[in-house]
Design a protein around this ligand. Structure first.
Ligand code: GLY
Length: 332
């Protein structure tokens, strides 16, 4: 598969950031055209830190990039977040183009201007709000993803549908086979609907002072599960899908969520193979939530839904939280 066309017109003075997974997609010939004006980062969340940003900034300096130069990220969420962060601080902000290659980065990381790296043991603890000047989406990249990485991104697509896009919900329920087969044309539509949902929310609340937090549906619980598994057992998406189930259970227990709606969502998540119960120790998951609470100044807010597209943010009594979490855990 040839991806060179996605870089067309990005400018001869630009600097490109790939990782070990995305550079090979372009082949030696294409990379030679870039005249060494690129770097290939090691792949993985463990490299999403300030030292990697520094290597990108050093390269930008050595190639004499100016404030009107462009840094271009070609990769998944780590590459996009980290490169956009580097662009936001290089000479107090230079131009940035993002070319997301994973489903997760196409529908989430690339849009909305959140940049950053992990710091002090917390994910995305240091960063800026700095929207990319341009985002180039090519769903042919999806063919290059390992299955687990694709499933990781689909959970965020499902979340976007639940936030209120009927067209996306219809595609997810009626075109599951094509979606799972990564049909390029259909996925262009799926990504487009997904970006419409996120774009609309971000436009209204760029700095997450209000409803942007709706995008965290399933994330408070999901993040606790990811943490309890040391970020190795569950991918972000699988944990978010699990977290959506827990949020719906909590909502039903609070008598705010329609049980019929919760059942429809659980059926959809089942049909895409997301586990309804995770093999984890409840005390570790609840402890991770406490840890998160500390980071957030002592309060945890939960994103719940009454029904499709009816989302709100609330505190939840710790007993209900505990019950909803435990109902979706088992130990082997
Ligand atoms: N990933 C959630 C947000 O961009 O706000």
């Amino acid at each position: 598969m040839h991806f060179g066309d996605i870089l067309e017109g990005t400018g001869s003075g630009s600097f490109y950031v790939f990782d070990e997974n995305t550079a090979p997609l372009f082949g030696r010939e294409m990379l030679e055209v870039l005249n060494d004006r690129y770097t290939v980062l090691p792949a993985g969340e463990q490299y999403k830190h300030l030292a990697t940003v520094e290597t990108v900034l050093e390269k930008c300096l050595s190639f004499g990039l100016a404030r009107d130069s462009t840094i271009i990220a070609v990769g998944g969420g780590v590459v996009c977040d980290l490169t956009a962060f580097a662009a936001s601080v290089y000479m107090r902000g230079c131009r940035c183009i993002l070319i997301p290659t994973s489903l997760l980065s196409m529908v989430d990381a690339a849009l909305g201007g959140k940049t950053g790296v992990d710091f002090g043991g917390y994910k995305n603890m240091v960063g800026t709000f700095y929207p990319a000047e341009e985002i180039r989406v090519c769903t042919r990249f999806l063919q290059s993803l390992p299955e687990a990485e694709y499933v990781n991104g689909l959970a965020e697509v499902i979340k976007h549908a639940l936030l209120g896009n009927r067209n996306l919900w219809t595609l997810l329920t009626e075109e599951k086979e094509k979606i799972l087969a990564r049909d390029s044309e259909l996925m262009t539509q799926v990504v487009d609907y997904s970006l419409q949902v996120k774009g609309h929310i971000v436009e209204e609340d760029f700095r997450e002072e209000g409803n942007r937090a709706f995008l965290n549906l399933g994330h408070t619980f999901g993040h606790a599960l990811e943490t309890a598994g040391g970020f190795e057992t569950w991918s972000h998406g699988v944990a978010v899908a699990w977290g959506i189930r827990v949020a719906l259970s909590a909502g039903v227990a609070l008598r705010v969520t329609s049980p019929a709606y919760a059942e429809r969502v659980n059926d959809l998540l089942d049909s895409y193979g997301y586990p309804s119960s995770a093999d984890a120790d409840s005390s570790r998951v609840l402890q991770a939530m406490e840890h998160d609470k500390k980071k957030r100044g002592g309060t945890l807010r939960f994103v719940l839904q009454k029904d499709f597209g009816e989302t709100f943010i609330t505190d939840i009594d710790s007993k209900i939280v505990e019950k909803a979490v435990t109902a979706h855990l088992h130990s082997s």
